[in-house]
Design a protein around this ligand. Structure first.
Ligand code: 5CA
Ligand code: ZN
Length: 485
């Protein structure tokens, strides 16, 4: 794959040209090749695949440790199932890839490639659930889903084949338990985003923008460097809508039949965008140590007559680091200068670079370079493992703090439409306005400001005082607005 990546790479500016920067990094850092001949579908490259796997494993661990069981349902949905819940069908019908033939034979019942899996799971719940003793059921699957998106497709952000879709589905006896599950899911996602160093605002989507078939939807949004927001994941309260459509009931302790209550929550590959955007710089990716496939790269600085000694010192250091579970790459490529190697690994965002040259070796030293700040420090070779471990921890914490600070600086409370317009013009991020609670005023904001209505804060407990920014009636709460992806 060498042809893709070497060496005359034009650097792109993260903040001025985020879109270009992002595509450049995806390709040049060997994360994803988006040139596949079907729109909205892409190829994971080796380095990207490792990042993807680490991210996926992080979430899998969180779900496993909170009582979710991993399962795998089929890809195809008979039209009769997809059509059962009317809101769901209304919304997804136009977004579905349909299979109408098996070979040359037309199918009696059209089959949909799953756009998500509520209607895949529901018919099975009917078979599995008898009584309250069978509940709760908490499961998840990691699959590809297909959506014939009509808005502009973009790598990872808006795919038509959404791969590594991590969807959880839970079934409960009571509304209270389902509500509690929504809260647990929010907690799990917070931990997930914290672990991978992605900041978020948690917002309840407005009534008119909830997941089709849900009672309400809660989303995690992040401000990207271009001021637009990215929805990195959502948690939905499904209520009894699907249970009623599919007639999924259970017998209560009193012997009565009741419909079950459901929740679902999902995260796609989008957080990889979020992670790259949150930490990257003009030199490329900066990966958080928690996700980096390679945490440390060791680069020998060759010197005539000392090659063997330098390589031996580097090799010994690599094996010491591996012993303490640090992932290391010892870059021994003979055809590249140290400078070319720096460039190569910087682009890929490897958190720490270690260099050993002739003078360092004489002084028993190693040079430690942090990717996030590019700070250089010398350290004794026999203290290097300790230093690396500590630096990885410090970096993780620093990166998390910087990105949260940046995000918080891009959330603005505004009190007039003029102010909102001004801020939107300079792509300032998320705006918070006072709102009367009426959908009409929400739609008006959407139209007049050409902005998306994210919804009402779930992460703020604040009694508001004042008037609606649109109609000047008494405000009932805050509404968040942003230009979304
Ligand atoms: N069944 C529910 C929970 S799994 C569901 O499908 N929810 S969703 O439609 O909101 O999708 C979950 C998350 O997937 C979204 O929050 C968004 O971050 C991501 N997502 C949705 N559509 C796409 C797409 N076309 N490409 C990439 N990511 C997507
Ligand atoms: Zn109003």
């Amino acid at each position: 794959m060498q042809g893709l990546l070497m060496p005359s790479i034009k650097r792109e500016q993260l903040h001025r040209h985020f879109g270009k920067w992002f595509r450049n990094v995806l390709m040049k850092a060997e994360i994803m090749d988006y040139r596949y001949p079907v729109k909205g579908m892409a190829v994971w490259l080796p380095y990207g695949f490792k990042i993807r796997r680490n991210m996926l494993q992080t979430l899998r661990n969180l779900l496993d440790s909170t009582g979710h069981n991993e399962v795998l349902f089929p890809l195809l949905i008979p039209e009769t199932s997809l059509a059962k819940e009317s809101e769901h069908m209304k919304n997804f019908e136009g977004q579905v890839f349909w299979i109408t033939r098996g070979g040359l034979t037309p199918l009696d019942v059209k089959l949909a490639l799953r756009p998500t899996s509520e209607t895949v799971i529901a018919p099975m719940l009917r078979l599995w659930i008898r009584s309250h003793a069978d509940l709760p059921l908490k499961m998840y699957q990691i699959v590809n889903v297909f959506r014939y998106e009509t808005r502009a497709t973009r790598p990872l952000i808006r795919m038509r084949e959404v791969d590594n879709f991590k969807e959880a589905h839970t079934i409960h006896a009571t509304k209270r338990e389902a509500e509690a599950q929504v809260q647990e899911a929010i907690g799990i996602y917070k931990r997930f985003f914290d672990t991978v160093g992605i900041p978020y605002k948690i917002t309840k989507r407005p009534e008119w923008d909830k997941f089709p078939g849900a009672e309400y939807s809660i989303a995690f949004d992040q401000v990207l460097p271009d001021g637009r927001t990215l929805q990195n994941g959502t948690v939905h309260m499904l209520g009894q809508n699907f249970a009623k459509a599919f007639n999924v009931t259970y017998e209560t302790e009193k012997g009565e039949q009741e419909y079950v209550w459901q929740t679902c929550y999902g995260i796609s590959g989008r957080p990889i965008v979020g992670m790259l955007a949150a930490h990257g710089d003009d030199n490329g990716a900066v990966l958080p140590p928690s996700l980096a496939p390679i945490q440390v790269v060791i680069i020998p600085i060759p010197y005539k007559g000392m090659e063997t000694q330098i390589n031996e010192a580097c090799g010994a250091l690599a094996s010491d680091l591996r012993k303490v579970s640090v992932t290391v790459e010892f870059d021994q490529r003979g055809d590249l200068t140290p400078g070319a190697k720096y460039f190569y690994w910087e682009l890929r965002g490897v958190p720490i670079r270690l260099e050993i040259g002739p003078r360092d070796l004489k002084e028993n030293k190693v040079i430690v370079v942090r990717r996030d700040t590019m700070e250089k420090q010398a350290c004794k070779i026999d203290e290097a493992t300790k230093m690396v471990k500590e630096t990885l921890d410090i970096m993780m914490e620093d990166m998390r703090q910087r990105t949260w600070q940046w995000m918080n600086e891009h959330v603005h409370r505004v009190s007039s439409l003029d102010e909102a317009r001004r801020l939107l013009k300079r792509r300032a991020g998320i705006l918070e306005v006072l709102w009367c609670g009426n959908a009409e005023c929400g739609h008006k904001l959407n139209q007049d400001l050409d902005v998306d209505v994210l919804g009402t804060p779930e992460d703020l407990k604040e009694k508001v005082k004042g008037t609606c920014v649109v109609c000047a009636k008494k405000a009932e709460g805050i509404l968040r607005l942003a230009v979304g992806y």
